[in-house]
Design a protein around this ligand. Structure first.
Ligand SMILES: O=P(O)(O)OC[C@H]1O[C@@H](O)[C@H](O)[C@@H](O)[C@@H]1O
Ligand SMILES: [Mg+2]
Length: 226
């Protein structure tokens, strides 16, 4: 199919964009924080979004009133315990957990011959995509296993663009995390953020929810910014 638009690919984050697993990550970290008697708020959790499992644990531990030293082995065990909690929380995910507007938006992209990819920092990305029934709905899935450097490094978005065979300047990235928007911009792409406007000063467009994903609006701004 011939693409007339200058947007040739849209690359989506998974957790918090395709489905609300950002909440499951938060609940699992909150349980670990409670065990360790560390004050952990939803506001602070915003810093963990898009960040790798071990870096998230380090951020969580930075909130302890009295600094606690854990050995590498203990850190691995804590991260592993969080992951088991997270995995038990995502067991019940079904296609009905796809966030509003996502199916319509991706269908519109497919109608226009625009390529799609998932760029996720999660090692559980394929499990979540399977549960949502979306494994074959995107051209490419790049997960944590395929990359060395996690967000805010651009690698996950750059790798997705490369595998799709599309120049970054023709890509749009969609994210719900500050680290993710930084990664999209560092990759040289147009950034759409989902969340509160003030949280994403670097984004080219901020939408309060996925139900606002609107191809015509994004294309208009994309062309104006090129
Ligand atoms: O622990 P996992 O499943 O490998 O996920 C790593 C990261 O994946 C990102 O998608 C989430 O936004 C982060 O919250 C999470 O820490
Ligand atoms: Mg996310």
């Amino acid at each position: 199919m011939i693409t007339t638009s200058t947007i040739q690919a849209v690359i989506f984050d998974l957790d918090g964009v395709i489905t609300d697993t950002a909440e499951h990550h938060y609940l699992a970290w909150k349980a670990i924080a409670d065990e360790l008697d560390i004050h952990f708020t939803r506001a602070f959790n915003e810093n963990l979004k898009g960040v790798s499992r071990m870096d998230s644990l380090k951020l969580l531990l930075s909130q302890a009133d009295t600094p606690v030293q854990f050995t590498d082995k203990e850190m691995e065990e804590l991260a592993d315990r969080k992951n088991k909690l997270y995995q038990s929380l995502i067991e019940s995910i079904t296609p009905s957990d796809i966030l509003p507007g996502v199916a319509e938006f991706t269908a519109e992209l497919q109608r226009r011959g625009i390529k799609t990819a998932i760029a996720s920092a999660s090692k559980n990305a394929f499990t979540v995509m399977n549960s949502l029934g979306l494994t074959n709905a995107f051209d490419i899935i790049v997960d944590a296993a395929k990359i060395k450097n996690t967000k805010p490094d651009p690698e996950v978005f750059s790798t997705a663009a490369e595998l799709l065979g599309v120049e970054p300047s023709h890509c749009v990235g969609v994210e719900d995390a500050a680290a993710g928007v930084q990664a999209i911009k560092a990759a040289g792409m147009f950034a759409v953020a989902i969340g509160a406007k003030e949280a994403f000063p670097q984004a080219d467009l901020v939408l309060s929810s996925t139900s606002e994903l609107d191809y015509a609006k994004i294309e208009g701004l994309f062309i104006a910014n090129s």
